[in-house]
Design a protein around this ligand. Sequence first.
Ligand code: NAP
Length: 248
Amino acid sequence: MKFSGKNVLVTGSSRGIGAEIAKTLASFGLKVWINYRNGAVEADAVKEAIETDGGNAAVIGFDVSDESAFIDAIKTIIDSDGELSYLVNNAGITNDKLALRMKTDDFMSVINANLTSSFIGCRESMKVMRKKKFGSVVNISSIIGETGNAGQTNYAASKGGVIAMTKSFAIEAATSGIRFNSVTPGFIATEMTNELNDEIKNSINAKIPMKRMGNAKEVAEATAFLLSDHSSYITGETLKVNGGMNMA
Ligand code: NAP
């Protein structure tokens, strides 16, 4: 895959989908900044795996919901590399409860971790990308942001917000050479979905036309396409990676 830029920050890339996105982008020649919040050891392991395969990576730990930490991290990248070509806002959490039992703090913690953090990343990267009139950002949303889900009012609101926010950034940045797109994974086998019991997993698989969960590599390759030069006329798009689960 062809990339005109040289480096990328992937938030939440110490494990799961983010780690696979980091490895995939490194395999296409980008220098990858691996971000984590708690998993320093896992982030180092991703860096090592990339370097073993001949790629270039650096680790940068910070909490994406901490605005000043996010701004400092982008400054560190610019000081080191002179630019930030690509950003993947991937870090995300769940905190599931039925709405009647969900405290406002439970709601806001997920909004802050998933939506506000992505807003900060989009805004701060746009500031630096505008200078070179080049950049591409992919926000990892979710099928739940398209369909809603019982027990996930906070997560659904955060991920639906990511889709709408991405379109708005895409419009504002369209003449600055910067593209903003979303990926909406369906059910992907990671630690996040490992928390589900077998009964729930089986009932989910039954509803997927392909009758299986996706894997992180399948999300990573869709993300790489949206970042790459191959999608140069695509902006504000929402790319579903869900085995046919939601085609609307
Ligand atoms: P995961 O396995 O739970 O990994 C989450 C990653 O995000 C970890 O690297 C974690 O780092 C990091 N992270 C969480 N909060 C952070 C914070 N405040 N600051 C910095 N890093 C933070 O999750 P996943 O399944 O790979 O999901 C990745 C993304 O895809 C999320 O946005 C999720 O909502 C979305 N998604 C997942 C699925 C799925 O089926 N798995 C489906 C649709 C969408 P630490 O360990 O250091 O905290």
